[in-house]
Design a protein around this ligand. Structure first.
Ligand code: SAH
Ligand code: SF4
Ligand code: F3S
Length: 470
């Protein structure tokens, strides 16, 4: 038998890249590749890249510089190391990568990675290969499922892509160009995937999509199903105790989603709902297609359906034309909503997007100042939210042994890490934890004695005794 070939894959960017990386590993497992954590030892290195901001993109070229040395070293030992650039930079700058980086053997976009085996074979026979056309066929139809061992090794929480691409064209964003038009996977395919994951120990599923609540995949009745209906269907799958979804767009929140939050204990009361800015004028220039009041109303609908719901968001500061007054409207919105956490970014002009041509740039100094002010506000909300957990008993889904001996770690409904002293037998279960203290972002607590008997595997989480919006 020949030695298995070794694959090292490094992912940047969003959750979908994490999912795609796993699917690439699954695809290449069929070609005899096994994963290695050691890049120098790899026969194949894949960089699964992100184009969202300039910093993310630039990482690719510095990483390729390092890989050139590793490839030379391997060659001196008589080994060939192949290098693949996948993901959104591959899609956006494929030709430039081929031109600038002779070390790269294959460039493959996010809609074509099911062709990796053929592209690698082509590179071996004829030299370098590039595929960044959006193919007519849907890659999901060609991707092999992960092996049982792979699922078990990946843990009890899993991402599943249900929707991909975006038709919104916010003026700052590369996603519609790198991922292509919005497409939803059929309900039956998603259900098969989730069942297989659940049968192999997965307990929590996060449905992912660039615009996940624009989901409209074909249902078993032949009609398009909204996200709320999909969630309701998946909540019935034995073994699945928690469902989440990300990332939503405020415009696509329909009643089925709100009702799913009202009715499904499996659906976690934590929603990532990016707003980007609190200024209606800036939202207009961003082409977000909603106002700040539209956003407030959406939040109110969620809160009316489930009182313990909490939110996170994304913000861009220093978008072209943003004035101090606009920025203050963002601070006001944040103060009003009260987030459990949020990401904030300085605006980064991206080639090919409409905003990149806008002249009225905000100075670097002002951007820095605004970012600090926004992050201070968000941090204070986040720590208040976390502190409010102390003294409560909350459900935790245990994921893995913690670094400290004897401890295991899991997550609350709001994705806060929670540590307790308990046996690893509790991994994969949702158990009530009395929260005693907070260390940085981690909660520490103790297991509340579970009922003596009966103790069936939990199907759903008990309601959290907490109010949010601190
Ligand atoms: N689909 C999601 C998010 C996509 S990208 C949505 O519609 O909200 C993730 C986040 O990156 C965005 O929410 C935005 O805050 C940020 N982002 C996107 N393009 C950016 C750019 N050019 N400069 C700075 N931040 C950006
Ligand atoms: Fe980008 Fe806007 Fe689409 Fe989100 S909705 S992926 S920010 S274009
Ligand atoms: Fe980045 Fe592409 Fe995701 S640009 S954020 S990897 S969709």
């Amino acid at each position: 038998m020949s030695q298995p070939r070794k694959l090292h894959i490094k992912s940047y960017g969003c959750q979908m890249n994490v999912y795609d990386a796993q699917r690439m590993v699954d695809t290449l497992a069929g070609e005899g590749f096994v994963e290695t954590a050691d890049v120098d030892d790899a026969d194949l290195v894949i960089l699964n890249t992100c184009h969202i901001r300039e910093k993310a993109s630039e990482k690719v070229y510095s990483e390729l510089g390092r890989l050139r040395a590793a490839k030379d070293e391997a060659a001196q030992q008589g080994r060939k190391m192949n290098i693949v650039v996948a993901g959104c930079v591959a899609q956006a700058e494929g030709n430039e990568i081929i031109r600038r980086a002779p070390v790269v053997d294959v460039v493959v976009g996010p809609q074509s990675y099911h062709h990796l085996p053929q592209l690698l074979a082509h590179a071996k026979m004829h030299g370098r290969a590039l595929e960044t056309e959006f193919p007519v066929e849907d890659k999901f139809g060609f991707l092999p499922p992960p092996s049982r061992q792979a699922i078990r090794a990946r843990g009890i929480s899993s991402f599943v892509t249900v929707q991909e691409g975006c038709d919104k064209f916010c003026t700052f964003c590369v996603v519609p160009y790198t991922r292509g038009a919005e497409v939803s996977r059929p309900v039956a395919k998603i259900t098969d995937e989730v069942r297989r994951l659940a049968d192999n120990g997965v307990r929590e599923i996060t449905l992912i999509g660039q615009n996940v609540n624009a989901y409209h995949g074909e249902g078993p009745d032949g009609r398009p199903w909204p996200l709320g209906a999909l969630l309701r269907y998946l909540a019935e799958i034995p073994g699945i105790v928690r469902l989440r979804y990300s990332t939503s767009h405020p415009r696509d929140v329909d009643d089925t989603l709100i009702e799913a939050h009202r009715d499904l204990p499996e659906l976690m009361p934590f929603v990532h709902l990016p707003v980007q800015s609190g200024s209606d004028r800036v939202l207009g220039v961003m082409n977000r297609k909603h106002t700040s009041d539209d956003y407030r109303r959406v939040i109110d609908r969620f809160r009316a359906a489930r009182q313990d719901i909490a939110f996170s968001s994304d913000f861009i500061v220093g978008f072209p034309t943003e004035t101090e007054e606009d920025f203050c409207a963002t601070l006001a919105l944040v103060s009003q909503i009260g987030y459990a956490g949020a990401y904030s970014f300085k605006y980064s002009p991206r080639p090919g997007t409409p905003a990149a041509d806008m002249r009225e740039m905000v100075s670097a100094k002002e951007m820095d100042e605004r970012l600090v002010r926004l992050q201070e506000l968000i941090d204070s909300q986040q720590s208040a939210f976390n502190k409010a957990m102390i003294g409560l008993t909350v459900d935790v889904l245990f994921e893995r042994p913690a670094r400290n001996p004897g401890q295991i770690v899991g997550r609350t409904a709001y994705l806060q890490p929670a540590h307790v002293l308990a046996s690893p037998d509790s991994i994969g279960q949702v158990l009530p934890v009395a929260i005693e203290s907070l260390e940085r972002y981690s909660l520490l607590g103790r297991l509340v004695a579970p009922p003596m008997r009966p103790a069936p595997a939990p199907r759903s989480s008990t309601p959290l005794q907490t109010t949010v919006g601190a």
